[in-house]
Design a protein around this ligand. Structure first.
Ligand code: WQD
Length: 326
């Protein structure tokens, strides 16, 4: 049983590859290295450099490596960029997924398909301050979120048509690192954006403090990337064990933390004391997005094990590796 991990040289993808290896699963990485880093791929794991849009190259990788399962993480994931470049996101995330599914069904090699989806499919959840379940209506507010919802539809329809066993995993807010060299190198989410400000000895920014939440700042469900990776291993194994499954699962901790709460912890855990300034709201930010993770527990026996302090300290160790003066 070999798993093709698309995007396996990326921040989350590399954690999935390492978790699969630790679980004794054989993998091959398929990555176009547009943002992936080859050194993240462990020794002994083959790396095929290519785009999922290149159906022939994907099909060759599937057959050459006798792939029987796919974990698809290769995608563009920046919300703001998706608003500026919607067609780029639809091509990479939707057409790329279609081409990959085409290759998988044409070669008939894989029986299981795990798809990287996102909490962005919910947009502003109708659950208000409550927990978001997988049955909460999906009203994405960005082209990025739209591509992930369309991806779920495509994966589900292909599974129903071909018997492919599928799981769409809706990631909430991912942070942390298993080890410094696997840390996220991007600066497009709260934790690294605060690190960047603190490293420059500038106050972090809070994008709006007039939301209907306990302290007025947005509340999110932060999930350690190690827990997220382990959810992929659990999902892959569940699909292999029961062909024809069709799972859609929230991958979160089920606990909300506010922006101000995260900034306070980041200051404390990194030895800083820079009070944030309040900036205008960021368009499209929902006030509260916190997962109910009950279905993942019931279907996979998976539950997050790490808290935000682990996420912050491990992310900070990765940040300092790339910013020695921090
Ligand atoms: C979190 C909160 C900001 C920086 C997005 C995607 C989602 C997923 C995670 C891929 C928001 C606030 C941030 C700062 C701040 N990605 N903030 N000051 O927007 O919840 O989710 O990334 O799947 O799909 O939608 O994450 O980290 O950008 O922001 O106040 O300097 O922190 O306004 O409320 P977000 P984020």
């Amino acid at each position: 049983m070999t798993w093709l991990i698309t995007g396996g040289a990326g921040y989350i993808g590399a954690h999935v590859v390492h978790a699969m290896a630790e679980a004794g699963e054989r993998t091959v990485v398929y990555d176009d290295l547009s943002s992936g880093i080859p050194d993240r791929v462990p020794d002994g794991v083959p790396l095929v450099v290519g785009s999922v849009l290149d159906g022939e190259r994907v099909a060759r990788a599937l057959t050459d490596h006798e792939v029987t399962g796919v974990v698809h993480l290769a995608a563009k994931k920046q919300v703001a960029e998706s608003v500026e470049r919607p067609l780029h996101y639809y091509r990479e995330n939707v057409e790329g997924l279609r081409a990959l599914l085409e290759a998988v069904t044409a070669t008939g090699s894989a029986s299981s398909f795990v798809f990287s989806s996102s909490a962005a499919v919910y947009g502003t959840p109708s659950t208000g301050a409550g927990l978001v379940t997988e049955d909460t209506p999906c009203l994405p507010m960005s082209p990025y979120g739209e591509t992930k919802l369309a991806g779920e539809w495509m994966v589900r329809a292909t599974g129903r048509a071909t018997g492919l066993s599928t799981a769409s995993l809706r990631y909430f807010n991912v942070a942390g690192a298993a080890r410094p060299e696997l840390a996220d190198t991007g600066v497009s989410n709260l934790v690294p954006m605060v690190f960047e400000k603190l490293t420059a000895n500038e106050p972090p920014r809070v994008f709006g403090d007039d939301y209907p939440t306990p302290d007025g700042t947005c509340v999110r469900d932060y999930i350690h990337v190690v827990d997220l990776a382990e959810a992929h291993v659990a999902a892959a194994r569940a699909l292999r064990a029961a062909p024809g499954r069709d799972l859609t699962l929230n991958i979160g901790r089920g606990e909300g933390v506010s922006v101000r709460g995260m900034i306070d912890r980041i200051n404390a855990l990194t030895g800083h004391d820079l009070a944030p300034t309040v900036a205008p709201r960021r368009p499209g930010d929902p006030a509260n997005v916190v997962a109910s993770a009950d279905r993942a527990a019931a279907e996979l026996g998976w539950k997050a094990r790490h808290g935000v302090d682990d996420m912050i300290t491990s992310a900070w160790a990765g940040w300092r590796r790339l910013h020695p003066g921090a």
